[in-house]
Every structure is written in C-alpha cells, then in structure tokens.
Design a protein around this ligand. Sequence first.
Ligand code: SF4
Length: 316
Amino acid sequence: MLQQTQVTTVIPYYLRFMKAFPSTKQLALADIDQVLHLWTGLGYYARARNLHKTAKIVDAQFKGRFPATVTELVNLPGIGQSTAGAILSLSRGEWAPILDGNVKRVLTRVHCIEGWYGHRKTADQLWALSAHYTPKFRVAAFNQAMMDLGATICTRGKPKCELCPLSSVCVAHQTHQETVFPHSKPAKKIPIKSVSMLLLRNQQQELLLEQRPPMGIWGGLWSFPEFKNKAALWTFCQNNLGEEQDNTKRVATMRHTFSHYHLDIEAWSLDIAQKPNKIMEHRQVAWYNHKQPSTIGLPAPIIKLIKKAASEIEEH
Ligand code: SF4
C-alpha cells in the first residue's frame, strides 16, 4: 500500500485490510472482488492484484512462510528490488539496501546526482550509494530513518534543511541547489483518449455495471459499460434495448488522468422500464444498488458517476 501512497492516506485502508485478511492464508483464499473492494479509493489497483497473487504463491509454494531472500522476493508479483530490501531489512534485520522514492531524493541531493531516476545510469549510481551507506548493524533502523528523512524533512517541494542531520555534508544544501535536484523526468506529452459510458438504470434505480477484464486499466474492478464514442453507445441502445438516442441524457463529462494518458469520459444515462433478459452477453454484469453497502471494487471516477446518478434520482 505504501508504494506510491503516503502513510497518512494508507493507515485506514491498512487497518481495514488487516482486519479482513489477518494472515497470508486468509488473503490467499479471499475473492479478488473483496480485495479490490477494500482497495477502492487507494488507486494503483495492480498493487492489490499483485498482493493477492503473491499471497496465493506464498501459501501454495512456500507453505505460508514468506520467502527470505532478495532473489525469491523479486520473483513475486509486485515486489521489486527496493520493496524486497525493505521487507528483509525491516522484518528480519538483514542487510539489504533500499531505494524508494524518499531515499532516492535524499541521496540525489546529498551527492547532487545528475539525471533522472528512470535512466539506468542514474539508478545504478543511486543503488551503489545506497549499498555503500547501508550499515551491517541496525539496518532496519537505518532504512526506516532514510525513508522517514525523505518523507518528513527532505521533502519534494520545500526541504527543511535547518532540521536535517545531513545538512553539513549535503552538496545540494551547501551549494543552494536543494530544489534543482532531483532532476525531473523529461517532459512527455501524454495522449488523450475518450470513451462514452452508459449509466443504464432500471425502475428499482439500480445501475448496470460490468466487470473489467483482469488485466489492463482498472483490471477486475467494476465499471459502466464503455463505448468508443456516443454513436456506438446509441447504436448499442437501439439494437439491444430498443431505445432511441433521444431517450439518453448526458449526465457528466470528466477527465481522469492515468500516468500514461488522459481519459475523457462522457457519461450518458438511460432509464429503462424493465431489466432486459439478455444484455452484454459474454460479459460479467451486475445491477448495482447505491443504497446498499458495496462489496465490489470500484474505480474513483465510477464512484463519482454513481454519486452523480444518485443525486439526480433524489432531485426528481
Ligand atoms: S540538507 Fe536539505 S537537501 Fe540535503 S538531505 Fe537534508 S533536507 Fe535534503
């Protein structure tokens, strides 16, 4: 959970998650829907899917005992070199360097390392520095301290150098270049994709959701039926529901930004008198009642659209 997300955001999710799945075994046996549901709102859902897969592997192949070498750990889904180092050093006190975003920032500033982390040469330099500084003793305390230093003192925007124990040796601080380092990722314009979504509502005010394929964006989560444009959406309504274009109503437009593209969503609502017998064959679909507690995983933009549809009902 802490990959890409701050501790304060994670805490309530972590507590709920641990209550539901107090052991690897219980997580391994859980349904992916339940796992994604407890992840709803945290984003980066691949982490949840990987955690679930990892629990299954640990349960089946390692008899429930977490592997204890970097080589075995990095072979598990979702665990890279730095997470493997954090697991080994924090849980077992073993010598294992780490290089999460916070440690990268501290080391980059202390040594004024040129270039962007995503480039091999820069990453290799940082790994070498991390290994060089990681002590043989009290490795857990050292790694935790480095992460905390980056998260609380050597912050991205305004580092608090006056409080920093490294200020006398930090080259960036000594040369007043704290905010010049680390260098940013080379700018790249990200593409815009657009989709039309159908908020199909029956007389019980339930909304039709479909489960997305396990791989790809929002994999395994539940979303509204999606079409490449409004013409395709209208054709679907006409051919499958016998409804005319005029019966649909545009209820929202929104942009959701992923790391590699913007997604422009145009949402259309359609009220139908009866649940159709067959709809979206070969797809996993369900009628969703917003008044009942949700037990499925929903992406944040879909939650917003559900709320929008619910407020519309209340207005009428
Ligand atoms: S002195 Fe400032 S820039 Fe250098 S490591 Fe400390 S907080 Fe970061």
